[in-house]
Design a protein around this ligand. Sequence first.
Ligand code: TYD
Length: 219
Amino acid sequence: MAAYGSGSLISFEGIEGCGKSTQIILLAKRLRAAQKEVVISREPGATPLGAKLRALLLDPAYSPDALTELLLYLADRREHRRQVIAPALQRGALVLVDRYVDSTWVYQGFARDEVEPSLIEKLNRLVVGDDWPKLTFVLDCPAPVGLGRARERNRETGVEGVADRFEQRHLDFHESVRQGFLVLAKVEKERFRVIDADREIETIHDDIWREFSLKYAIN
Ligand code: TYD
């Protein structure tokens, strides 16, 4: 059982448009109502360096080779860990992060299939050390559902037609990303919780809250 009183890192993973950010906000609200310090963060782009790397990484006009792409995500993570995650955990906060080590394993390793996933595992460990997630929610939904939502979000925020570099990829890439997260979840059952994200927001939140409460022994 994980300790709720001290700091803990919880990551949210899944394909584009699976609803991670909505669910992070709902969980944070509930925890804050219980007087818990919660830090919400995301990758890439949570630090000043990260913001620059994010702009580059998501730019449709930029196409780095697989190793360069991997190293840029890792640089973003290293800075994120040093500036945001480690200090928050030391204060005893709960850190809810939108994408983390598993996204790299899945996107740059499993789905892109150009860098050995075992190398990514080693580099991730080097970059984050002990700040590994205690609990990881995979919000699982079919690729067309997630991409449909991502497009909807772009329309609502006025960026219709300017899908980022990842959103532009083919459906089978996103299906492979989905499968990658499911593979990880099967291997590391203790850490992962796969949540069906093709449902109502509140229903998904209820499942997340139930799993969170079980893990941290909250009544
Ligand atoms: P973002 O707009 O934050 O997408 P989402 O809302 O789906 O999280 O874009 C982040 C993109 O970066 C997303 O397509 C996944 C990709 N990514 C990687 O390829 N590797 C990584 O290590 C991380 C953290 C993200």
